[in-house]
Write a protein that binds this ligand. Sequence first.
Ligand code: ATP
Length: 260
Amino acid sequence: MIDVKNLTYQAGNKKILHGASFNLVPGEMMAVIGANGAGKSTLLKLLCREMEPTSGSIKFNNRDIESYSIHDMAMLRAVLTQHNTVSVMFTVKELVMMGRYPHFENRPSAHDMEVVKKTMLETGITHLSSRNYNTLSGGEQQRVQLARVIAQIYDRPNAFLFLDEPTNGLDLLYQQQILQLARNMANRGYIVISILHDINFASQYADQILILKNGKTVAFGAPLEVINCENIHEAFNIKVKLMECEDFKCPLVIPSGLMV
Ligand SMILES: Nc1ncnc2c1ncn2[C@@H]1O[C@H](COP(=O)(O)OP(=O)(O)OP(=O)(O)O)[C@@H](O)[C@H]1O
């Protein structure tokens, strides 16, 4: 369970995040959407404990996150960041094994190797196993990175998966594959939080959506409750039209011009 209350982050005089509050239960996927500079990455960094909040609280499974050791945090949450350049030559299998580093000291156990094998199978990258990671396409690399973070928490059913714009730079097929893999993790009981730029992907894949603008919460709730013209105007400063679509949890959002 993740319980966030009144989370605020300030840099100098600038409030970057103001009083964000939400809670998520196992099996839920939350998308964080909002315009550039809305505070999405700041929120994710606070959740990862990469930065400390100015005020407010974050509880993971009913415990303040500060009470977890660094090792416990590595067992509890895995993070897919945006920039994953690898300067040394690693095979795909070696890179996915990095996700298991918090689980062993010198050598991976048979269990670690089994987890890497299963994760590669589930993310559809087994055929790339011996390839040099740096020779893969952007979409293939993103799937390998996702396999790495899934391997980190594969055998931790109460864990969380945090994704920072995981579909960035990917074609439509890879975008769908990455989000489906994230959705599958939520369906297995993990809590997944993903920053997304595409509102329609957010409403298609997420159970909850947090909409931010200038660090403030515009809305938090199920796609049907929060995806409407008013909230999208408010958050993105654009006009939109809504179109009913059978397979979506809420109407499709179609940009229809700038606000005057
Ligand atoms: N340490 C800092 N000092 C001053 N301003 C900061 C600091 N960190 C972030 N900001 C500002 O806070 C705002 C929110 O940044 P953040 O990276 O969280 O936005 P975002 O919603 O992830 O944006 P994007 O969609 O462009 O990635 C931005 O205007 C950014 O310039």
